[in-house]
Design a protein around this ligand. Structure first.
Ligand code: F6P
Length: 527
């Protein structure tokens, strides 16, 4: 299905992205403005023919029909027989959304109202600290969004404990007053070993400090019965249906820590932003549909050109956890070796996503991005304004650096330019040698998403944009983005290895490497 695109890629020869700007309209023709944001993909090799072929691909793969099926509540998560309706969680208009003939909206709005009542109660109390205990989608969404919206915090301090490494909870509890701390146990299944272990430790900590655990725990879970068995009554339990995947769950109860930090109004603005992106995704023709274009740029770079990774580079320090959030969103969704029908994929699965905020990354891995032998398509994000009125000079420098990087990646520096740079310092062979170290190949693609200010509504738009991008990529690749069987095997083996690590089982480990590592643990264990 990629033949046309592959032959267009082969036809590129040594064409330079920079030369495409001979067309004075290129910047606008290969950018899209929607919902107050601008997505610029002009600094890529995509031209009219390539874009047309990418759009044909989206059409032929039935993106629009699949999208409509998703928002209509059809069971598009075919391997698990589930609908996929995170969009219902931000459907503030309350338009009916039917699953098996029943409108899910009354339940969604009732849970939201209960969350708001609890958030108001806690924000009006003497609670100083809230600890969200969760992992994966029950951590990354709320922690990413809470950090992103720091200027809007006016509630209790929010901490996030995810790792089963006891260091995580120990370091967090040290900063909390047991009498004025509330714990949120965020787990869709209420079985995840990391979360249950940390929740048990939190309970014991309260007991050791002589504080009654009653009223100190809140559960965010689909499993009210398990939460009850842990000691959390139904009125402190906020459920969500199986049509909300873990990595798509920040919009509902899993977003409670964010709601506590920024207040119900701020949280509603976050939902409103996502709702606006949903509407755009559903209504805009594919050619001017931001999630679709973002996905098509991804497919062009990853499956057509074969660039295995994608760097997400927010020039917005408060988006420091966005790359980690997107790693789960993209890699847990589209990191699959088989298509919906179970047959092996005839092309690469979704890309390896990584990144760090700018400008920090510039002093770390940008060396490789500019001069390494592999091309890393980069996705820049930047706000036109910062939140610090006294620090406008910082923001100007930040934006200048962001724009400079995409420009440097595109332009590069030729050998002649490099020679001219060192001409006064070196001569002859040494000049030639030194110049070669200063050559930048350039012609490296990037996109830029620019928005006015990182406020709750804008964050909602950005996160929903990426969610729909992952969906579109999944449809094009024929992958089911909504299951995650690839996390199971490691969990099973960890359960089996637990007794061996603790020295409770006499069973011998058969794999020689693992046996030797276990022996090392036993030789060096704390006495
Ligand atoms: O291990 C994968 C996963 O199932 C994620 O998809 C999910 O976000 C995470 O674990 C946490 O699951 P739970 O919310 O059930 O604790």
């Amino acid at each position: 299905m990629f033949e046309t695109l592959k032959s267009l890629a082969e036809g590129l020869g040594d064409r330079r992205i920079e030369d495409l700007f001979a067309d004075a309209d290129r910047a606008d023709a290969f950018s899209l403005e929607a919902l107050g944001m601008r997505f610029d993909y002009a600094k890529t090799q995509i031209d009219d023919d390539i874009r047309a072929a990418l759009l044909d691909l989206a059409e032929s793969r039935g993106v629009a029909a699949r999208r409509d099926a998703m928002v209509a509540g059809q069971k598009i998560n075919e391997t698990e027989g589930r609908a996929v309706l995170h969009t219902a969680l931000r459907n503030l208009d309350a338009r009916p959304v039917l699953v098996e003939g029943r409108d899910v909206m009354p339940g969604v709005l009732d849970t939201l109202a209960r969350m708001e009542a609890l958030a108001n109660e806690i924000r009006g109390s003497d609670v100083t600290d809230v600890v969200n205990i969760g992992i994966g989608g029950s951590d990354l969404g709320p922690v990413m969004a809470t950090l992103a919206l720091a200027p809007y915090h006016d509630g209790p301090r929010c901490h996030f404990v995810s790792n089963v490494d006891g260091a995580d909870i120990a370091d967090t509890l040290r900063r909390c007053d047991p009498a004025r701390t509330v714990f949120i146990v965020a787990s869709k299944t209420f079985t995840t070993i990391e979360t249950m272990t940390n929740a048990g430790t939190a309970k014991r900590w309260l007991a050791e400090k002589g504080v009654d655990a009653a009223g100190k725990f809140i559960a965010l879970s689909s499993d009210v019965a398990r939460a009850g068995a842990f000691g959390i009554p139904p009125e402190r339990c906020f459920g969500f249906a199986d049509w909300v995947g873990g990595r798509y769950s920040v919009w509902g109860p899993i977003g409670l820590a964010l709601m506590l930090a920024i207040g119900p109004e701020g949280f509603t603005a976050f939902l409103r932003g996502a709702e606006a992106m949903d509407r755009h995704f559903v209504e805009a023709p594919l050619a001017v549909n931001m999630p679709v274009l973002l996905a098509l740029v991804g497919v062009w770079h990853n499956q057509v050109l074969g660039h295995a990774t994608r760097a997400v580079l927010p020039y917005d320090n408060r988006l420091s956890r966005l790359p980690a959030y997107l790693q789960q969103l993209e890699m847990e969704s589209n990191g699959k070796g088989v298509g919906m029908d179970g047959a092996a994929l005839p092309y690469d699965s979704g890309p390896i996503v990584w990144g760090e905020p700018g400008t920090n990354g510039q002093h770390a891995f940008y060396q490789l991005i500019h001069q390494g032998t592999r091309v890393v398509p980069c996705e820049f994000l930047v706000a036109a304004q910062g939140h610090e009125p006294d620090l406008r000079h910082h923001h100007a420098l930040l934006v200048a650096n962001c724009l400079a990087q995409s420009k440097a990646l595109m332009r590069g520096r030729s050998l002649d330019e490099a020679r001219a740079k060192v001409a006064g310092q070196f001569e002859g062979d040494e000049l030639e040698r030194q110049a070669r170290h200063r050559v930048f190949p350039g012609n490296r693609p990037s996109t830029t998403l620019i928005y006015p200010l990182l406020d709750p509504e804008t964050l909602g738009k950005i996160v929903a944009l990426y969610e729909h991008r992952v969906f579109v990529e999944g449809v094009i690749l024929g992958i089911n983005p909504y299951d995650q069987w690839g996390v199971e095997l490691g969990k099973e083996l960890a359960t089996a290895l637990g007794p061996l690590v603790r020295g409770e089982s006499g069973a011998a480990e058969k794999d020689g490497s693992t046996a030797a590592l276990l022996k090392f643990v036993h030789t060096h264990k704390a006495t």
